[in-house]
Write a protein that binds this ligand. Sequence first.
Ligand SMILES: Nc1ncnc2c1ncn2[C@@H]1O[C@H](COP(=O)(O)OP(=O)(O)OP(=O)(O)O)[C@@H](O)[C@H]1O
Length: 589
Amino acid sequence: MAKKNRFDEDERLEEEFNINHLKRTFVYIGRRKKSMIMALLFSAVSSVCSLIPAKIIGYAVDHTIPNKDVRQLLLLALAVVVIVALSVTLAVIRARIMTRVGQDIIFDIRTDLFNKLQELPFTFYDSRPHGKILVRVINYVNNVSDMLSNGMINFVLEIFNIIFILIFMFTTSVKMTLIIFAGVPVLIAGLAMLKPRQRRAWQIVNNKGSNMNAYLQESINGVAISQNFVRQDENETIFDDLNLNNYESVMHAIKLAYWTTNMVDLISIVAISVMYMAGVAWIRPAITFGVLLVMADYAWRMWQPIINIANLYNQLLNTLSYLERIFEIIDEPVLLTDSEDAKELPPITGNVDFDDVTFCYDDGDENVLEHVDLHVKAGESIALVGPTGAGKSTIVNLLSRFYDVTGGSVKIDGKDVRDVTIHSLRSQMGVMQQDGFIFTGSVSDNVRYGRLDATQEEIEEACRTVFADEFIREMEQGYDTQVEDKESTLSQGQKQLVAFARTLIRDPKILILDEATSSIDTKTERLVQEGLDRLMDGRTTFVVAHRLSTIKNCDKILYIANKGIAEMGTHSELMKKRGFYYEMVTAQM
Ligand SMILES: Nc1ncnc2c1ncn2[C@@H]1O[C@H](COP(=O)(O)OP(=O)(O)OP(=O)(O)O)[C@@H](O)[C@H]1O
């Protein structure tokens, strides 16, 4: 079997800091270029506006107030109000634009992820808990959106802010600006030291959160079994452990994040204190009280963007660890694609040939099937029986080309399945899984899933054919009754009948059925059997069969064992032979 990841197992972490993940996000950001540029412009004007009042106040302290010029003071006060109002308005507009951009980015990434998930092979889903996939599509995408929208803008903006503030500072006092700036190299060195530890800490947070989510999902799916086996206490203990691991990893990452903020705070306070001391020492004639006031304001303002950049940097490290997981799915190879010269498979009659087929799963070291030869005529029904793990599902999966054979070939109407497009191949087949999955929607919607342009009459006709019509009509809202897979409006047998109708409406020439093993009441069992007979009528059918009634009625029975077809024949032929099949049937009886 494929190497599985479990809920209590951390996923592999990327060793290197991979800046390419960030570069790739520019595809998403690039689609919103106009909005981003507009937001950036508004932000830039808004922050320049926010710097001007300090200059005006400094001027008023040094000139207007000593001159007792009340008119000028009022005008300056009015100018401050107008500038602040402008700055706030622009900031609000920018926030609105960026909320939209953030949501657009989430939308795009989620669409790409979902489309990819639709194409990925079964092996991808087999190899990890589904909760770990969900957490990427839901939580991780949410978490990266803010950094990719607001974060990016703020990053550029804070750099502009620092430049603007520096210009204002240098034009006010060069000496004091240099004092303030002396702390910056110390800060950069500190950040460089903390970076690897922070990155690893956020990666671990994601892993622990993902493990917890995977277990949560498994517990919800298996809640009936847990309660039946009275496993609540054990489950709580497992969840407590996962929850605690998650809690501790978050606390560790936050502690490291605080180190960054505390370091910036400390350096800024020291630098500003030194500036005050120097300012007081130099006051008059070198520095006026107004200049000291203005410089103090700018010094606080200069450190604020630096603190913001430090926080953004924390967020960026966190975002990169999410992106790593998101792009891992987007880059996951789709194992089976159309060959370059694949042709459309013309409408088939349903002849199937397995010629000397050998097969081994990618990661397996042993062949599951060896030299299998099987020739089925259109309209024949084939029952696949045999011990668990013998390769029955593998045979039908090769037919729908969910995997490619390692040796030999699988042909439909004489055409190798590898030479035709996957769409034209699978759209002429009907595959029914064990439990007859029910999608959320009405009963009609569930049948229409088989062919989207089916009319209501066709839907009802299909249901009549497979004996589903009667119980559907007995429901309060008949065909409009809302159903979903997990709820109990439909019994197991009824779900199967609806699934039969869904398959019938598609009218496939080849039918693949994985028969349910779960027991159903005798009346429904009879209905299911009759429905199945109708469904199979005139189609080539492969059924991984468990019910003797289904097996007996098939034209050929294949007993799969020892990497191939150990026995083949009709029920009576195989019973006479007294081999594997005979033993299986007598054991069942
Ligand atoms: N995706 C996979 N990757 C690796 N090995 C697999 C995979 N799927 C099945 N196998 C292995 O291939 C062998 C055949 O499996 P298969 O599911 O075809 O058996 P089966 O006869 O249908 O069993 P069952 O009756 O239990 O459904 C088993 O040993 C199984 O462990």
